[in-house]
Ligand binder design. Sequence first.
Ligand code: TYM
Length: 334
Amino acid sequence: MARPRVLSGIQPTADSFHLGNYLGAVRQWVTLQETHDAFYCVVDLHAITVPTEPDALRRRSRVAAAQLFAAGLDPERSTIFVQSHVREHSELAWILNCLTGMGEAARMTQFKDKSAKFGESAASVGLFTYPILQAADILLYQANRVPVGADQKQHLELTRDLGGRFNHRYGETFTLPEPYILKEVEKITDLQEPTAKMSKSSSSPAGILDVLEQPGPLRKKVMRAVTDTGSEVLFDEENKPGISNLLRIQSALTGTSIPDLVARYEGQGYGTFKKDVAEAVVEAFSPIRERTEKLLSDEKELDRMLAIGAERASAVARETMAQVRDRVGFLPTL
Ligand code: TYM
C-alpha cells in the first residue's frame, strides 16, 4: 500500500529558524519522512506577502533550504523544494480564491494580528489571501497530514473547508488533510515574554533562540530567560509560564518526561536547571549550524538539490492541476 502523504511549509522570512519552528514543526518533518511520502517546501510566495528585499529573499530561501537538509531531511526520502518553482501553487490559489467568501477570509486571526502591525489598509491583499495560498499548497499534493504548530490550526480548518467545497461543487478531487500537531511542543513561548509565542516578529531578540546562533549568545539568552517568582522547578503554566516553557523545551530536547525533570531538579533552584537547558539547546543546534554552513558554502549544489525537489513536486502538482482545470471547466490546450 502507498504510504500516506505529508506536506508542510516554512517561510524564508528570517536569517535563521528559531526553536519554535524547530520543535513545533521541522523536527516532526524529519520523523515523518520515515513513514510518509514527504513533501516540504520553502514558501517564498508567502514570504512576499509582507515587504521583502529581493536579495534578502534569495539569501533566506537558501538558508531555509540548507537548514532543512541540515536538520536531517534526506533528499532521497523527502521532496524538498521552493514553492515558487512549482507554478501550480499560484494557479490553484487563484481558483480557491474564487471559492472563498470575503467574510470567511476576514475571520483568519493571523491576518488580523499581522495586519495590525501595518494598519489594516496598508496590509497587502496577498497577506489577506495568505491562508488560501496555504490551502493550495496542501491540496495540490493530496496530503493526508500536515505537521505544524498550534498557530496554524485555523488555516488547516480553512484548507479542509475549501477542499470540501471544491469536491462538493465540482466532484471528488482533493484529499482532506488532518493537522498533525504535537501537544507538548505546539506553542513554544518567548523567553522574555513567556505567555507569547516565540516568533520571528517578536519585539526583542533576547526572547528568541535561533537555530544558527552561536553557543555563547544561546547560553546567555537561556540564562537570562524570564523566570517566575519562587525558586522551585515546577510545571505550572498559569503561575510559572517561564519555567513551564523551559521544562517543555528541555523535555522535548532530551526525551526526559516533565515529571522526571521536576523530580530531578527538586531543591536545586533555577540556576542549575537553566544551565542544563542551555546545554541541551546548544547540543541540538550546533550540528545543524555546522551542516548548514557547509551546505551554504556550495550554492550550486544546494540549487541543484532544490531543482531535483522542484521536479518531483511538479510532477504531482501537474497531475492534480490537470484534473482541477478540467473539473472547473477550463478548455484544454491542444
Ligand atoms: P512559519 O514559517 O511562520 O512557521 C513554520 C512552522 O513553525 C511553527 N511555529 C511554531 N511552533 C511552535 N511554537 C512556536 N513558537 C512556533 N512558531 C512557529 C508554525 O506553526 C509552522 O508550522 N503558514 C505557515 C507556512 C505554510 C505552510 C503551508 C504550512 C505555508 N504553506 C502549507 C503547512 C502547510 C507558517 O506559519 O510558517
